[in-house]
Design a binder for this molecule. Structure first.
Ligand code: ADP
Ligand code: MG
Ligand code: MG
Length: 899
């Protein structure tokens, strides 16, 4: 056969290695059958068949029909029942299952094969009329929804889905008769319910519910294939980056029944606790029910065992109590599977009149904390080796361990108000305020506030600092707010497009809801979700094993990990997280923030100066501030390299806007306010990001570069005299030509000699280098390396200039690029290896040609993105640099890249 792979009776055509062809579910059913576990017999129609089905315009391949006949005959022999047989009817399920699990995104139909000719036989054989009609009404509900409405595209006449129509009928019946659960409904009532269902289907969808097992089977198979391109599945694939051409498999499997009475049941379990990682068998089950009841949450499920009972299910009997023998058997299977797969398993099982059947197993999803605990436990238990342990944790999961988080249980029960980009990790609860000043004022009185803005700019920085969380309607993952928030490890959601913000009225409108200043919201910055009111939070307790785990990981990596930090506090935090240096210290940082009033004023005075004398005086006044700031951070980072970037942002950003600021300057400079206004206007640029910034400032005003370089050398000299070992690296930003570098280097060398003389010392160990953030610089890297001892790839700007995408404006179109599969991912979040990466590779090769020992780093936001770190490892960089909270992520990603 070419499309079909059978399983059952301890044998199988496939196995767990064939996930591509059989899907995860099919491959693991085959594997479990081979392990001798009790798997109901069935067969898998391969994902290839799905691909062929779509290629041929949604036609099942002709050869499939005969293959299905042969495969069905085999199951019939194994089960000693016949599909469609009036005396001894076999029922089957048709289950979807893709290569990588897409939980709940595609369709499954149970109890296929029930119809007017098979119902009496099944009643006779089981002696249980209630069960047969319960199974039948489930088939009708699933089939009409999945096959008739969704797959065959029959539009419900009144716009409401058929599933809802039928649920209403069933709920009305239960209400009228005062029944609490489905099991209260009598057999006869169940039977009439089925008749009413079928009439409703005819009425709403305009066609008959099929009364023929074969039609039901073929309809279900087609519907499962079609569900691959259903709306939910499509959007899930976009988010998870799953290719559209993988296709799903269909698993046709003989039914076993958990709804045959009190000795029957169904359940789901995890071989270890997926939330904590504790080595406890954890799960839920329901007596007298079919599989989907547990996941759909229609009844509170019972706990699996006594150790894992919790407050909401303590009153219900555990499986351990109710069916001790079966529980022991299941516990044995848990151990078998966990050892076989060497990982935590998520399993589905059903008990039919005292007999246990296994219906699914797969590697279970887990929280970051659980992943860490399980990996270390399994290593200790000898289930996995050390390399596997290090690879078991997705680096991004480390985030959770460093920040307080919204309790996932609480989130499950709540619908989010809105969704944005998950820009800063962790959770936050606070009262909303609409201006930076309010945030600061409210925070001073001890209130927890969320700063809500359309977008943020440098002037909001204090409000952002004061707020526990930040929420913006615009901006992308590398927008200012996002960058800053991540640096601080602050919860932040940007680009929540559904928000209409009115700062004047202090109102936030989302759809029909209006929120006023002081109203409480909860943010999940790790997932980008906004909730109304206050959700429970979970303390991100410092996991004692975290450090031990990271130490093991560190032994495997070659890349060094530095941090982007501009203050002694951030530097100290980064050191705690394991940073080995600073890859980016932005000197302009001192002009933003709480203590910036004086330096900012002096900077403004300097940029509004007309004559060189005016400017020199302003620079002289500014100098001690700059030196002091640099020295404080160099002191904290003693013995570790610190890359200090010369002034980078366009002067435009510092031009005084408010009248108050302008008046102050006019007094200080003794010029009239109109002149100040005129000079401000002169500095305004129409495209500041490509305007007068970076090295260009140093070309126009060499005295600015000289002042900064002097501050770096003098700060270092003084530390050396105190017996410390500062390792400054001077970095020139926004260069595109080696002569720019030479220009600044000449200044640097002159200032260096002057500093040595002034302090009477013989040397200050340092390096001189450049950012590579303009494509031209990358392509001329051999020339740049003549003057640069190191390159640091500024991949935020390099991405912006390579794509021509303004990084502050991508919010308005990036989603459309992702939705239409034009881009797989936002290139500002994860490095575009095709082109931006290519430019890096070119620079590395050219740079090393000129200077074989050139030091190579990356200081863009990508330095904390695992896929980008992996690229940097391959490209042969020396180090990556990222915000302090991402240092552990980069360390782990670097270790995994080297494995
Ligand atoms: P999903 O991928 O959404 O979990 P499944 O194909 O696993 O969908 O099926 C949904 C539910 O139906 C599960 O709880 C499963 O255990 C149950 N189920 C599927 N096939 C059978 C079967 N042959 N006998 C009994 N229960 C089944
Ligand atoms: Mg399942
Ligand atoms: Mg830059």
């Amino acid at each position: 056969s070419i499309y079909i792979y059978g399983f059952g009776d301890g044998k199988a055509d496939g196995d767990a290695s064939k996930k591509d062809l059989l899907g995860g579910k099919g491959a693991n059913l085959a594997e479990m059958a081979k392990l001798g576990l009790p798997v109901p017999a069935g067969f898998t129609i391969s994902t290839e068949c799905c691909t062929d089905y779509f290629k041929s315009g949604k036609q099942l391949p002709q050869s499939l029909y005969a293959e299905i006949d042969t495969a069905m005959a085999k199951i019939e022999r194994s089960m000693k029942m016949k599909f469609g047989d009036p005396d001894n009817p076999l029922l089957v399920s048709c289950r979807s299952g893709a290569r990588s699990s897409m939980p709940g995104m595609m369709e499954t139909v149970l109890n296929v094969g029930l119809c007017s000719t098979t119902i009496p036989g099944l009643i006779k054989n089981t002696g249980n009329e209630w069960f047969v009609y319960d199974a039948y009404r489930r088939l009708i509900m699933m089939y009409s929804d999945v096959v008739m409405e969704k797959a065959e595209g029959i539009e419900p006449r009144d716009g409401m889905g058929i599933r809802i129509h039928l649920e209403i009928i069933m709920n009305e019946l239960k209400n009228d008769l005062n029944y609490e659960t489905d099991t209260d409904i009598s057999a006869l009532e169940m039977k009439t319910l089925c008749e009413r269902f079928k009439r409703k289907i005819k009425e709403t969808l305009g066609s008959e519910f099929p009364d023929n097992p074969r039609d039901q089977l073929m309809g279900s198979i087609g519907a499962v294939f079609k569900s691959w391109n259903g709306k939910r599945a499509l959007s899930y694939r976009r988010i998870e980056h799953i290719p559209d051409d993988w296709g799903t498999a269909v698993n046709v499997q003989s039914m076993v029944f958990g709804n045959m009475g009190d000795k029957s049941a169904t359940g789901v379990a995890f071989s270890r606790d997926p939330a904590t990682g504790d080595n406890n068998f954890y799960g839920e089950w329901l007596p007298n029910a079919q599989g989907e009841d547990v996941v759909a949450g229609i009844r509170t499920p019972n706990p699996l065992n006594n150790t894992t009972k919790s407050s909401h299910n303590r009153h219900l009997p555990s499986l351990e109590e109710a069916m001790p023998g079966i529980y022991q058997e299941l516990a044995q299977i848990r151990t078998t599977l966990e050892h076989h797969y060497s990982d935590m398993q998520d399993i589905e099982f059903t008990i039919q009149q005292g007999t246990l059947y296994m219906l699914q197993c797969r590697v279970g999803k887990r929280t970051g904390t659980a992943a860490l605990n399980m990996a270390m436990d399994m290593f200790d238990e000898g289930i996995i080796d050390e390399i596997t342990m290090v690879t078991r944790l997705n680096p991004k999961q480390l985030d959770e361990m460093l920040h307080p988080v919204v309790d996932p249980e609480a989130e499950k029960k709540t619908t989010p108000l809105a969704e944005g980009l998950p820009a800063g990790p962790g959770g936050a609860i606070g009262q909303i305020v609409f201006t930076s000043e309010d945030a600061v004022r409210w925070a001073r009185t001890g209130k927890k506030v969320l700063l809500v803005r359309d977008e943020t700019n440098p002037e909001d920085i204090e409000g952002m600092r004061a707020a526990v969380g930040i929420l913006t309607a615009r901006g992308g993952m590398t927008s200012h707010a996002a960058l800053v928030a991540r640096g601080w490890g602050k919860c932040c959601i940007v680009g929540a497009a559904a928000f209409k913000i009115n700062p004047e009225q202090r109102k936030l409108v989302i759809g029909s809801k209006v929120f006023n200043e002081g109203d409480v919201l909860t943010l999940n910055g790790t997932r980008g979700l906004v909730y109304e009111g206050e959700l429970m939070m979970k303390k991100a307790t410092e996991n004692s094993r975290f450090k031990a785990f990271m130490n093991v990981a560190d032994r495997y990596r070659r890349l060094k990990v530095r941090t982007n930090a501009d203050t002694p506090e951030d530097a100290a935090r980064a050191l705690e997280f394991g940073a080995e240096g600073i890859g980016l210290f932005r000197t302009e940082h001192m002009f933003y923030g709480a203590d910036s009033a004086r330096p900012l004023f002096l900077l403004r005075k300097m940029i509004l100066s007309k004559s060189i004398d005016e400017r020199r005086r302003a620079l002289d006044e500014l100098f001690p501030f700059v030196k002091q700031e640099i020295q404080a951070t160099l002191a904290v980072m003693d013995e570790k390299p610190v890359t200090l970037r010369l002034l980078d942002p366009p002067l435009h950003e510092f031009v005084p806007q408010s009248l108050e600021n302008q008046e102050e300057l006019s007094r200080e400079l003794c010029i009239d306010i109109d002149e100040i206004k005129k000079r401000s206007l002169d500095l305004t640029e129409s495209n500041p990001m490509m305007g007068h910034r970076g090295v260009r400032l140093g070309i126009t005003y060499p005295e600015i570069s000289a002042m900064q370089i002097r501050a770096i050398f003098e700060a270092s000299a003084e530390l050396i005299i105190q017996g410390k070992n500062p390792l400054p690296e001077i970095m020139v930003p926004v260069t595109c030509n080696e002569k720019e570098l030479l220009f600044v280097k000449n200044i640097s060398e002159k200032v260096y000699q002057e500093t040595l003389e002034k302090y009477k010392i013989t040397a200050i160990p340092h390096q001189f280098g450049t950012m590579i953030e303009i494509p031209r610089a990358a392509l001329k890297a051999d020339r740049m390396a003549e003057h640069a001892e190191f390159f640091s790839f500024g991949t935020n700007d390099l991405t912006q200039m390579t794509f021509g995408f303004s990084r502050d404006d991508i919010g308005s179109f990036m989603n459309d690029y992702i939705d239409n599969a034009i881009l797989d991912a936002d290139p500002f979040e994860t490095l575009d290896q095709d082109a931006v990466g290519r430019l890096i590779e070119i620079s590395v090769a050219l740079g090393q040609k000129t200077r074989p020992d050139i030091k190579l780093g990356i200081c863009g936001e990508h330095g904390g993105d695992p896929a980008s770190v992996e690229f940097c490892h391959r490209a042969g960089l020396t180090y990556v640099s990222c915000s302090p909270y991402r240092v552990p992520i980069a360390r782990l990603a670097a270790a995994q890249a080297a494995i």
